[in-house]
Design a protein around this ligand. Sequence first.
Ligand code: MLT
Ligand code: ZN
Length: 452
Amino acid sequence: MIDDVVRRLTAAVGNQHVSTDADVLRGRSIDHTGRYQGSASALVRPGSTGEVAEVLRLCREVRLPVTVQGGRTSLVAGTVPEHADVLLSTERLTAIGEVDVADRRVTAGAGVTASDLQRAAVAAGLLFGVDLASRDTATIGGMASTNAGGLRTVRYGNMAEQILGLEIVLPDGTVLRRQSRVRRDNTGYDLGALFVGAEGTLGVITALDLRLHPAPAHRATALCGFTELGELVSAAQTLRDLDSIAALELLDARGCTVAAEHLGTHLPVSGAWLLLVEVAGDDDQTERLADALTRAGLAETAVVGIDANARQRLWKVREAQTEVLGVFGPPLKFDVALPLSEVAGFAAKATAVVARHSPAAIPVLFGHIAEGNLHFNLMRCDVQGAAERALQESMMALIAGCGGNVSSEHGVGSRKRDFVGLSRDDADIAAMRAVKETFDPHRIVNRAVLFA
Ligand code: MLT
Ligand code: ZN
Protein backbone atom coordinates (compact mmCIF):
# COMPACT_ATOMS: atom_id res chain seq x y z
CA MET A 1 0.00 0.00 0.00
CA ILE A 2 2.71 2.47 0.95
CA ASP A 3 4.16 2.51 -2.58
CA ASP A 4 0.80 3.54 -3.97
CA VAL A 5 0.40 6.22 -1.27
CA VAL A 6 3.89 7.57 -2.00
CA ARG A 7 3.05 7.73 -5.70
CA ARG A 8 -0.09 9.73 -4.92
CA LEU A 9 1.69 11.99 -2.41
CA THR A 10 4.33 12.65 -5.06
CA ALA A 11 1.63 13.59 -7.53
CA ALA A 12 0.19 15.99 -4.94
CA VAL A 13 3.35 17.84 -3.85
CA GLY A 14 6.07 17.04 -6.41
CA ASN A 15 8.84 14.51 -6.56
CA GLN A 16 11.48 16.51 -4.69
CA HIS A 17 9.14 17.02 -1.72
CA VAL A 18 8.53 13.38 -0.82
CA SER A 19 11.19 11.14 0.68
CA THR A 20 11.25 7.51 1.76
CA ASP A 21 15.01 7.47 2.34
CA ALA A 22 15.68 5.44 5.51
CA ASP A 23 18.32 7.85 6.86
CA VAL A 24 16.13 10.89 6.25
CA LEU A 25 13.20 9.21 8.00
CA ARG A 26 15.32 8.08 10.94
CA GLY A 27 16.69 11.61 11.38
CA ARG A 28 13.19 13.07 11.32
CA SER A 29 11.78 10.49 13.72
CA ILE A 30 14.00 11.21 16.72
CA ASP A 31 13.10 13.78 19.36
CA HIS A 32 15.10 16.96 20.00
CA THR A 33 16.94 15.50 23.03
CA GLY A 34 17.92 12.35 21.14
CA ARG A 35 16.25 10.13 23.74
CA TYR A 36 13.19 8.84 21.86
CA GLN A 37 13.22 7.28 18.39
CA GLY A 38 10.11 6.52 16.33
CA SER A 39 9.64 5.27 12.79
CA ALA A 40 8.00 6.76 9.71
CA SER A 41 7.10 5.52 6.25
CA ALA A 42 7.44 8.76 4.27
CA LEU A 43 8.25 12.44 4.61
CA VAL A 44 6.07 14.87 2.69
CA ARG A 45 6.65 18.62 2.45
CA PRO A 46 3.57 20.35 1.04
CA GLY A 47 4.14 23.87 -0.30
CA SER A 48 0.63 25.31 0.11
CA THR A 49 -2.55 25.00 2.15
CA GLY A 50 -4.14 23.19 -0.78
CA GLU A 51 -1.34 20.63 -0.79
CA VAL A 52 -1.66 20.09 2.97
CA ALA A 53 -5.37 19.44 2.41
CA GLU A 54 -4.61 16.98 -0.38
CA VAL A 55 -2.06 15.08 1.77
CA LEU A 56 -4.53 14.81 4.66
CA ARG A 57 -7.40 13.70 2.40
CA LEU A 58 -5.21 11.02 0.93
CA CYS A 59 -3.88 9.72 4.24
CA ARG A 60 -7.38 9.70 5.70
CA GLU A 61 -8.71 7.76 2.75
CA VAL A 62 -6.17 4.97 3.32
CA ARG A 63 -6.18 5.41 7.15
CA LEU A 64 -2.49 6.17 7.31
CA PRO A 65 -1.48 8.12 10.46
CA VAL A 66 0.17 11.51 9.97
CA THR A 67 2.61 13.18 12.33
CA VAL A 68 2.85 16.93 11.82
CA GLN A 69 6.33 18.40 12.10
CA GLY A 70 7.40 22.04 12.41
CA GLY A 71 10.87 22.79 13.82
CA ARG A 72 10.84 19.49 15.80
CA THR A 73 12.05 21.26 18.95
CA SER A 74 9.29 19.62 21.03
CA LEU A 75 10.74 18.46 24.32
CA VAL A 76 7.96 15.94 25.04
CA ALA A 77 8.53 13.90 21.86
CA GLY A 78 5.46 15.54 20.30
CA THR A 79 6.74 14.99 16.76
CA VAL A 80 8.03 11.43 17.18
CA PRO A 81 5.90 9.06 15.05
CA GLU A 82 4.89 5.76 16.64
CA HIS A 83 2.83 4.17 13.86
CA ALA A 84 5.10 4.24 10.79
CA ASP A 85 3.39 7.55 10.03
CA VAL A 86 3.62 9.90 7.10
CA LEU A 87 5.57 12.91 8.36
CA LEU A 88 3.90 16.13 7.21
CA SER A 89 6.46 18.92 7.46
CA THR A 90 5.34 22.56 7.39
CA GLU A 91 8.85 23.72 6.43
CA ARG A 92 7.77 25.11 3.03
CA LEU A 93 4.95 27.24 4.44
CA THR A 94 7.25 30.19 5.00
CA ALA A 95 5.47 33.20 3.49
CA ILE A 96 5.41 36.33 5.64
CA GLY A 97 2.90 39.00 4.62
CA GLU A 98 3.46 42.72 4.82
CA VAL A 99 3.41 43.96 8.40
CA ASP A 100 0.32 46.06 9.10
CA VAL A 101 1.98 48.74 11.21
CA ALA A 102 -1.21 50.66 11.95
CA ASP A 103 -3.03 47.58 13.23
CA ARG A 104 0.16 45.94 14.54
CA ARG A 105 -0.40 42.56 12.95
CA VAL A 106 1.10 40.24 10.36
CA THR A 107 0.03 37.08 8.55
CA ALA A 108 2.61 34.31 8.27
CA GLY A 109 2.86 30.67 7.22
CA ALA A 110 3.07 27.97 9.87
CA GLY A 111 6.62 27.05 8.84
CA VAL A 112 8.06 30.51 9.54
CA THR A 113 10.62 30.33 12.34
CA ALA A 114 10.25 32.52 15.42
CA SER A 115 13.44 34.39 14.50
CA ASP A 116 12.27 35.13 10.95
CA LEU A 117 9.01 36.48 12.32
CA GLN A 118 10.87 38.55 14.90
CA ARG A 119 13.08 40.01 12.16
CA ALA A 120 10.04 40.97 10.07
CA ALA A 121 8.48 42.69 13.10
CA VAL A 122 11.70 44.55 13.96
CA ALA A 123 12.08 45.72 10.35
CA ALA A 124 8.67 47.37 10.73
CA GLY A 125 9.64 48.95 14.07
CA LEU A 126 7.56 46.44 16.08
CA LEU A 127 8.14 43.33 18.19
CA PHE A 128 6.75 39.77 18.23
CA GLY A 129 6.03 38.90 21.86
CA VAL A 130 7.05 35.23 22.07
CA ASP A 131 10.73 34.44 22.19
CA LEU A 132 12.45 31.10 22.76
CA ALA A 133 16.06 29.98 22.92
CA SER A 134 15.19 27.69 19.98
CA ARG A 135 13.97 30.68 17.94
CA ASP A 136 16.03 29.77 14.86
CA THR A 137 14.34 26.38 14.55
CA ALA A 138 10.97 26.56 16.30
CA THR A 139 8.14 27.42 13.90
CA ILE A 140 5.17 29.62 14.68
CA GLY A 141 2.81 26.79 13.68
CA GLY A 142 4.39 24.46 16.24
CA MET A 143 4.49 27.23 18.81
CA ALA A 144 0.76 27.86 18.34
CA SER A 145 0.02 24.14 18.48
CA THR A 146 1.78 23.89 21.84
CA ASN A 147 0.75 27.36 23.04
CA ALA A 148 4.43 28.05 23.68
CA GLY A 149 5.44 30.52 26.37
CA GLY A 150 9.16 31.19 26.54
CA LEU A 151 11.37 33.98 27.73
CA ARG A 152 8.96 36.94 27.53
CA THR A 153 5.74 35.45 28.89
CA VAL A 154 5.80 37.66 31.98
CA ARG A 155 5.30 40.68 29.68
CA TYR A 156 3.44 39.48 26.58
CA GLY A 157 1.81 36.19 27.59
CA ASN A 158 1.84 32.90 25.67
CA MET A 159 1.24 32.21 21.96
CA ALA A 160 -2.54 32.22 22.57
CA GLU A 161 -2.37 35.91 23.46
CA GLN A 162 -0.61 36.71 20.15
CA ILE A 163 -3.04 34.90 17.84
CA LEU A 164 -5.62 37.01 16.02
CA GLY A 165 -6.54 34.46 13.38
CA LEU A 166 -5.76 30.99 12.12
CA GLU A 167 -5.97 28.94 8.97
CA ILE A 168 -6.32 25.23 9.73
CA VAL A 169 -6.66 22.15 7.60
CA LEU A 170 -8.91 19.62 9.31
CA PRO A 171 -8.05 15.90 9.12
CA ASP A 172 -10.64 15.41 6.35
CA GLY A 173 -8.96 18.09 4.21
CA THR A 174 -11.47 20.89 4.93
CA VAL A 175 -9.79 24.30 5.16
CA LEU A 176 -11.07 26.34 8.10
CA ARG A 177 -10.27 30.05 8.26
CA ARG A 178 -10.83 32.09 11.40
CA GLN A 179 -9.41 35.41 10.32
CA SER A 180 -11.06 38.68 11.12
CA ARG A 181 -9.93 42.22 10.40
CA VAL A 182 -11.56 43.44 13.59
CA ARG A 183 -10.28 42.69 17.05
CA ARG A 184 -13.61 42.31 18.79
CA ASP A 185 -15.23 39.29 17.16
CA ASN A 186 -17.72 37.20 19.11
CA THR A 187 -19.58 35.39 16.34
CA GLY A 188 -20.08 31.88 17.62
CA TYR A 189 -17.64 29.52 19.31
CA ASP A 190 -14.02 30.57 19.60
CA LEU A 191 -13.08 27.72 17.28
CA GLY A 192 -9.58 28.99 16.66
CA ALA A 193 -8.78 28.67 20.37
CA LEU A 194 -9.46 24.93 20.18
CA PHE A 195 -6.45 24.45 17.95
CA VAL A 196 -4.07 26.48 20.09
CA GLY A 197 -2.39 24.06 22.46
CA ALA A 198 -4.10 21.07 20.79
CA GLU A 199 -0.64 19.82 19.80
CA GLY A 200 -1.75 19.05 16.25
CA THR A 201 -4.34 16.48 17.34
CA LEU A 202 -7.28 18.27 15.67
CA GLY A 203 -5.76 19.42 12.38
CA VAL A 204 -2.81 21.21 10.84
CA ILE A 205 -2.32 24.93 11.40
CA THR A 206 -1.11 26.31 8.06
CA ALA A 207 -1.11 30.10 8.61
CA LEU A 208 -1.52 32.56 11.45
CA ASP A 209 -2.47 36.21 11.94
CA LEU A 210 -0.30 37.46 14.75
CA ARG A 211 -0.43 40.44 17.04
CA LEU A 212 2.71 42.58 17.21
CA HIS A 213 3.74 45.00 19.94
CA PRO A 214 5.49 48.37 20.15
CA ALA A 215 9.24 47.80 20.55
CA PRO A 216 10.63 49.31 23.77
CA ALA A 217 13.58 51.63 23.08
CA HIS A 218 15.55 50.80 26.25
CA ARG A 219 16.36 47.65 28.17
CA ALA A 220 18.37 46.84 31.29
CA THR A 221 19.23 43.36 32.53
CA ALA A 222 20.56 41.99 35.82
CA LEU A 223 21.71 38.65 37.15
CA CYS A 224 21.28 38.15 40.90
CA GLY A 225 22.62 35.31 43.06
CA PHE A 226 20.79 33.62 45.98
CA THR A 227 21.72 30.99 48.52
CA GLU A 228 18.16 29.84 49.11
CA LEU A 229 15.60 29.13 46.39
CA GLY A 230 12.82 30.46 48.65
CA GLU A 231 14.53 33.88 48.75
CA LEU A 232 14.69 33.95 44.96
CA VAL A 233 10.99 33.12 44.69
CA SER A 234 10.11 35.98 47.09
CA ALA A 235 12.19 38.43 45.06
CA ALA A 236 10.56 37.22 41.83
CA GLN A 237 7.12 37.73 43.37
CA THR A 238 7.97 41.39 43.96
CA LEU A 239 9.67 41.98 40.62
CA ARG A 240 7.01 40.40 38.42
CA ASP A 241 4.60 43.23 39.26
CA LEU A 242 6.86 45.96 37.88
CA ASP A 243 5.21 47.81 34.98
CA SER A 244 8.41 47.54 33.00
CA ILE A 245 9.18 43.86 33.66
CA ALA A 246 10.33 42.15 30.44
CA ALA A 247 11.84 38.86 31.64
CA LEU A 248 12.21 36.96 34.90
CA GLU A 249 14.11 33.71 34.63
CA LEU A 250 15.21 31.27 37.31
CA LEU A 251 18.57 29.56 36.84
CA ASP A 252 20.44 26.97 38.80
CA ALA A 253 24.20 27.35 39.43
CA ARG A 254 24.78 23.71 38.37
CA GLY A 255 23.37 24.39 34.89
CA CYS A 256 24.99 27.83 34.70
CA THR A 257 28.44 26.48 35.56
CA VAL A 258 28.22 23.93 32.75
CA ALA A 259 26.85 26.62 30.41
CA ALA A 260 29.64 29.06 31.31
CA GLU A 261 32.29 26.38 30.71
CA HIS A 262 30.65 25.55 27.39
CA LEU A 263 30.63 29.21 26.37
CA GLY A 264 34.20 29.76 27.57
CA THR A 265 33.11 32.45 30.01
CA HIS A 266 32.77 32.77 33.79
CA LEU A 267 29.70 33.22 35.93
CA PRO A 268 29.65 36.82 37.16
CA VAL A 269 27.59 36.10 40.31
CA SER A 270 27.78 33.47 43.02
CA GLY A 271 25.03 31.55 44.80
CA ALA A 272 23.22 28.26 44.27
CA TRP A 273 20.31 29.99 42.52
CA LEU A 274 20.30 32.82 40.00
CA LEU A 275 17.58 35.20 38.85
CA LEU A 276 17.80 36.97 35.51
CA VAL A 277 15.73 40.15 35.52
CA GLU A 278 15.07 42.41 32.55
CA VAL A 279 13.11 45.62 32.39
CA ALA A 280 12.20 47.50 29.21
CA GLY A 281 10.49 50.75 28.31
CA ASP A 282 10.65 53.91 26.26
CA ASP A 283 12.93 55.81 28.63
CA ASP A 284 16.31 54.86 30.08
CA GLN A 285 15.79 51.84 32.34
CA THR A 286 19.03 52.09 34.38
CA GLU A 287 17.48 53.89 37.32
CA ARG A 288 14.29 51.85 37.21
CA LEU A 289 16.24 48.60 37.43
CA ALA A 290 18.48 49.96 40.21
CA ASP A 291 15.40 51.06 42.21
CA ALA A 292 13.66 47.73 41.71
CA LEU A 293 16.74 45.76 42.78
CA THR A 294 17.17 47.96 45.84
CA ARG A 295 13.54 47.50 46.85
CA ALA A 296 13.92 43.72 46.45
CA GLY A 297 17.12 43.84 48.56
CA LEU A 298 19.32 42.72 45.65
CA ALA A 299 21.34 45.83 44.88
CA GLU A 300 24.55 44.55 46.53
CA THR A 301 24.80 41.21 44.77
CA ALA A 302 23.39 41.89 41.30
CA VAL A 303 25.47 42.23 38.15
CA VAL A 304 23.82 44.67 35.75
CA GLY A 305 24.05 44.89 31.96
CA ILE A 306 22.87 48.05 30.21
CA ASP A 307 24.47 48.08 26.76
CA ALA A 308 23.56 45.39 24.24
CA ASN A 309 26.81 43.43 24.63
CA ALA A 310 26.67 43.29 28.40
CA ARG A 311 23.03 42.22 28.31
CA GLN A 312 23.75 39.58 25.72
CA ARG A 313 26.53 38.10 27.89
CA LEU A 314 23.99 37.58 30.69
CA TRP A 315 21.38 36.14 28.34
CA LYS A 316 23.82 33.73 26.73
CA VAL A 317 24.13 31.72 29.94
CA ARG A 318 20.33 31.42 30.11
CA GLU A 319 19.88 30.55 26.47
CA ALA A 320 22.58 27.87 26.48
CA GLN A 321 20.75 25.81 29.15
CA THR A 322 18.84 23.44 26.88
CA GLU A 323 21.78 22.54 24.69
CA VAL A 324 24.31 22.02 27.51
CA LEU A 325 21.96 19.62 29.27
CA GLY A 326 22.92 17.13 26.57
CA VAL A 327 26.68 17.13 27.19
CA PHE A 328 26.53 13.79 29.08
CA GLY A 329 23.98 12.19 26.76
CA PRO A 330 20.26 12.79 26.23
CA PRO A 331 18.75 14.47 29.30
CA LEU A 332 15.44 13.57 30.89
CA LYS A 333 13.15 16.59 31.09
CA PHE A 334 10.16 17.56 33.22
CA ASP A 335 8.24 20.71 32.31
CA VAL A 336 5.94 21.61 35.18
CA ALA A 337 3.77 24.45 36.46
CA LEU A 338 3.70 24.96 40.21
CA PRO A 339 2.16 27.38 42.70
CA LEU A 340 5.04 29.70 43.66
CA SER A 341 4.67 28.73 47.32
CA GLU A 342 5.58 25.14 46.37
CA VAL A 343 8.64 25.82 44.21
CA ALA A 344 11.35 25.50 46.87
CA GLY A 345 9.75 22.41 48.43
CA PHE A 346 9.33 20.81 45.03
CA ALA A 347 13.01 21.37 44.13
CA ALA A 348 14.19 19.66 47.32
CA LYS A 349 11.76 16.73 47.03
CA ALA A 350 12.42 16.26 43.31
CA THR A 351 16.16 16.05 43.98
CA ALA A 352 15.49 13.35 46.58
CA VAL A 353 13.31 11.41 44.10
CA VAL A 354 16.11 11.54 41.55
CA ALA A 355 18.73 10.39 44.08
CA ARG A 356 16.59 7.30 44.71
CA HIS A 357 15.91 6.42 41.07
CA SER A 358 19.00 7.61 39.23
CA PRO A 359 21.85 8.34 41.67
CA ALA A 360 24.31 9.39 38.93
CA ALA A 361 21.97 12.00 37.48
CA ILE A 362 22.61 15.72 37.95
CA PRO A 363 19.40 17.73 38.48
CA VAL A 364 19.26 21.17 36.85
CA LEU A 365 16.32 23.48 37.42
CA PHE A 366 15.51 26.56 35.39
CA GLY A 367 12.49 28.30 33.94
CA HIS A 368 9.97 31.05 33.84
CA ILE A 369 9.56 31.79 37.52
CA ALA A 370 6.92 34.51 37.19
CA GLU A 371 4.45 31.88 35.95
CA GLY A 372 5.79 29.07 38.14
CA ASN A 373 6.66 27.29 34.88
CA LEU A 374 9.81 25.33 35.65
CA HIS A 375 12.00 22.93 33.72
CA PHE A 376 13.43 20.23 35.98
CA ASN A 377 16.08 18.43 33.96
CA LEU A 378 18.29 15.46 34.61
CA MET A 379 21.72 15.45 33.05
CA ARG A 380 23.61 12.14 32.88
CA CYS A 381 20.36 10.26 33.48
CA ASP A 382 21.21 6.69 32.50
CA VAL A 383 17.93 4.99 33.44
CA GLN A 384 15.83 3.58 30.62
CA GLY A 385 12.76 1.44 30.02
CA ALA A 386 10.96 0.37 33.20
CA ALA A 387 13.40 2.27 35.43
CA GLU A 388 12.79 5.50 33.49
CA ARG A 389 9.07 4.89 33.71
CA ALA A 390 9.29 4.39 37.51
CA LEU A 391 11.21 7.64 37.86
CA GLN A 392 8.65 9.42 35.68
CA GLU A 393 5.76 8.08 37.76
CA SER A 394 7.35 9.26 41.01
CA MET A 395 8.03 12.70 39.57
CA MET A 396 4.52 13.07 38.18
CA ALA A 397 3.02 12.05 41.53
CA LEU A 398 5.24 14.60 43.27
CA ILE A 399 4.22 17.39 40.87
CA ALA A 400 0.54 16.61 41.33
CA GLY A 401 1.04 16.36 45.11
CA CYS A 402 2.54 19.89 45.08
CA GLY A 403 -0.65 21.18 43.41
CA GLY A 404 1.16 21.52 40.09
CA ASN A 405 0.33 20.65 36.50
CA VAL A 406 2.27 17.76 34.95
CA SER A 407 2.58 19.52 31.60
CA SER A 408 3.15 23.20 31.15
CA GLU A 409 4.53 25.08 28.15
CA HIS A 410 6.00 22.01 26.42
CA GLY A 411 2.62 20.30 26.36
CA VAL A 412 1.77 16.63 26.79
CA GLY A 413 3.32 15.24 23.61
CA SER A 414 3.75 11.49 23.76
CA ARG A 415 5.80 11.44 26.96
CA LYS A 416 3.04 12.58 29.31
CA ARG A 417 -0.10 11.14 27.73
CA ASP A 418 -0.33 8.51 30.47
CA PHE A 419 -0.30 11.20 33.13
CA VAL A 420 -2.98 13.57 31.85
CA GLY A 421 -5.35 12.19 34.51
CA LEU A 422 -3.16 13.74 37.21
CA SER A 423 -4.04 17.23 35.93
CA ARG A 424 -7.49 16.75 34.36
CA ASP A 425 -10.52 14.95 35.78
CA ASP A 426 -12.48 12.23 33.96
CA ALA A 427 -15.22 14.56 32.66
CA ASP A 428 -12.60 16.89 31.24
CA ILE A 429 -10.72 14.08 29.47
CA ALA A 430 -14.00 12.68 28.13
CA ALA A 431 -14.91 16.11 26.69
CA MET A 432 -11.48 16.39 25.07
CA ARG A 433 -11.88 12.91 23.57
CA ALA A 434 -15.29 13.94 22.20
CA VAL A 435 -13.70 16.95 20.48
CA LYS A 436 -11.00 14.70 19.02
CA GLU A 437 -13.64 12.25 17.83
CA THR A 438 -15.54 15.07 16.10
CA PHE A 439 -12.60 16.39 14.13
CA ASP A 440 -10.56 13.23 13.70
CA PRO A 441 -12.69 10.09 14.20
CA HIS A 442 -10.07 7.85 12.58
CA ARG A 443 -7.25 9.27 14.71
CA ILE A 444 -5.22 10.22 11.65
CA VAL A 445 -3.30 13.25 12.96
CA ASN A 446 -0.71 13.04 15.74
CA ARG A 447 -1.97 9.70 17.03
CA ALA A 448 0.90 9.40 19.52
CA VAL A 449 0.09 12.70 21.17
CA LEU A 450 -2.10 13.67 24.15
CA PHE A 451 -4.35 10.59 24.46
CA ALA A 452 -3.17 7.25 25.82
C1 MLT B 1 13.40 27.02 27.72
O1 MLT B 1 12.76 27.62 28.58
O2 MLT B 1 14.58 27.32 27.44
C2 MLT B 1 12.72 25.96 26.94
O3 MLT B 1 11.48 25.65 27.45
C3 MLT B 1 13.57 24.80 26.64
C4 MLT B 1 13.86 23.82 27.74
O4 MLT B 1 13.07 23.63 28.66
O5 MLT B 1 14.90 23.14 27.66
ZN1 ZN C 1 10.78 27.18 28.79
